[in-house]
Design a protein. Structure first.
Ligand code: FE
Ligand code: CA
Length: 516
């Protein structure tokens, strides 16, 4: 069949797509095609992510031990895929091949292009007579479309030893338009003495260590179910590398050189196991994962990275009273390049809801020590007050419509009104923050803790606080945002039911949360 430029345009495929497709087929042509594999190569299931109106990334990873002699030759391996509009695959919409690269641990990232906007697709992988489980995915709405509604869930912090990933199985059942994961997808270390299952090894340092840890986590069938249920948008927090690291600075005696070497392995492993759209999975110790996702006119989402570029935590980290370093105006959480990009995006966006998907709590969390001095957590935005002020001033100056902040990291649920001046309770509400609890980190947790009443009275901009496990389900229309806080009574036993503990809404044009 002869293709010319017009044929491609008529089919809605542009030349960038064509170029990508030809690069891909060239790499697939060089890949070894296996007639047979030994066992199930799709041991970690399937995943998809970073949806755009016309494309989505689909992912899988092949079990090395099923590949036979190919392994010793270190060659790319061809994997076939099929796309359908129903889970039964009664009609195959498209099929083709992609390459699993040995240098990326035989993971496959295929940026499927030329898809229709706002549409559900099903995909599966095939190699040597073996077929993967089926994944459901969904493209983003067209750039200029205003969908009636959009439903997504967000989650974070899944320490494997602390509990079962039951909440992720509940997320899978929701068949979301999108699942956002805000980091601490794996943990590099163990703590706690009530662990329900164990890591396979102690702390990780090398690429192979991190790969083994992702393999362990992704062997969890609840996690696989959540990946197969919807496209994901992922970012990382600290534990994908090392607890509370800041750029090249560790909290212990590792040198910057040691931490950067470690970071390169950790970042590559993150890429290998995540359905993420990046130009390359091997970028060394620097890997830009901050990126935008747009969902029609309804929502613009910036996926942020508050670990890789930040200044070291002030005052030796932890919950501390202020010190000179804390007040230093040159300190940054986002880094200059990401901040410029974010500010431009927030300035230019015409979306109804402008969502910053990030890691650490933005709302002030004031606590007082025994002599009544103010204390702040130096790892969260409280530790970078100047940059928070700068961001809030920008949101106000740019008249960014309906800014929403999504947060993980802190293993508890919070709803915060983000004030222009946290020292003045009556100051203007600039944005609304929804902080989601952990999937499992910290074990079962509890509804409230002994410090709750004092914390809430010291911080009246905090509208809700809860320490159970679960996730947050968000439903948005052009008039209303609703966040449902879904919790489980126990994660130390499998199979507990999920329930909605509280619901909060934000009206478009009126920042700040109200209990529904
Ligand atoms: Fe965490
Ligand atoms: Ca964290």
């Amino acid at each position: 069949m002869a293709f010319n430029r017009r044929t491609f345009l008529r089919q809605g495929i542009n030349f960038t797509t064509l170029l990508a497709a030809s690069t891909l087929s060239a790499s697939v042509l060089g890949a070894t095609r296996l007639a047979k594999v030994s066992g199930n190569p799709f041991y970690l299931g399937v995943a998809s992510g970073d949806p755009r109106p016309d494309s989505v990334v689909i992912w899988t990873r092949l079990a090395r031990e099923t590949l036979g002699n190919t392994l010793s030759r270190n060659e790319p391996v061809a994997v076939d895929y099929e796309i359908a509009e129903s889970a039964s695959f009664s009609t195959v919409y498209r099929k083709g091949s992609a390459a699993a690269l040995p240098e990326l641990g035989y993971s496959v990232h295929l940026d499927l292009q030329g898809l229709s906007p706002g549409k559900e697709y099903y995909y599966r992988w095939m190699i040597g007579g073996e077929v993967s489980s089926v994944g459901r995915t969904k493209t983003a709405p067209a750039i200029d479309a205003t969908p009636e509604s959009f439903r997504f869930g967000f989650a974070s912090c899944q320490q494997y030893e602390h509990g079962y990933f039951t909440a992720l199985d509940h997320m899978a059942k929701e068949k979301f338009d999108l699942i956002v994961h805000l980091g601490d997808y794996i943990y590099e270390e163990s703590w706690g003495d009530e662990n329900v299952r164990l890591h396979d090894a102690p702390e990780m340092y090398t690429l192979d260590d991190y790969r083994a840890r992702y393999e362990l986590y992704k062997s969890d069938t609840d996690l696989q179910a959540a990946h197969a249920s919807a496209p994901w948008a992922v970012t990382w927090d600290d534990h994908e590398v090392d607890d509370n690291y800041a750029n090249d600075i560790a909290i212990d005696e590792q040198t910057p050189e040691q931490l950067l070497t470690r970071r390169a392995g950790a970042y590559q492993a993150f890429y290998e196991f995540m359905p993420i759209r990046l130009p390359s999975g091997r970028q060394g110790a620097s890997m830009q994962i901050y990126r935008p996702l747009q969902f029609g006119t309804l929502m613009d989402m910036t996926i942020l990275d508050t670990r890789q570029y930040r200044s070291d935590q002030a005052c030796r980290d932890g919950m501390k009273t202020s010190c000179d370093q804390h007040r230093d105006l040159s300190r940054t959480l986002l880094g200059e390049a990401q901040k410029d990009w974010l500010f431009r995006r927030l300035h230019n966006s015409e979306a109804t809801w402008n969502v910053m998907a990030q890691q650490v709590m933005m709302g002030r969390l004031l606590r007082r020590d025994e002599i009544d001095e103010e204390m702040y957590l130096m790892d969260i935005w409280d530790g970078y007050p100047h940059e928070r002020d700068e961001l809030l001033a920008r949101l106000k100056a740019a008249e960014t419509t309906n800014p929403i902040v999504l947060t993980g990291d802190i293993h508890s649920n919070w709803v915060n009104n983000i004030l222009s001046d946290f020292s003045d309770d009556s100051s203007e509400v600039i944005a609304t923050e929804f902080v989601g609890t952990s999937i499992s980190s910290g074990g079962d947790g509890s509804d409230v803790s002994s410090t709750t009443a004092q914390t809430l009275s010291d911080n009246p901009h905090i509208k809700f606080y809860n320490r159970q496990r679960g996730y947050v389900s968000c439903n948005l229309t052009k008039d209303l945002w609703q966040s449902d806080y879904k919790v489980l009574d126990k994660v130390t036993e499998p199979g507990h039911p999920i329930r909605t503990r509280a619901s909060f809404v934000v009206e478009a044009g009126n920042p700040g949360a109200f209990e529904a």
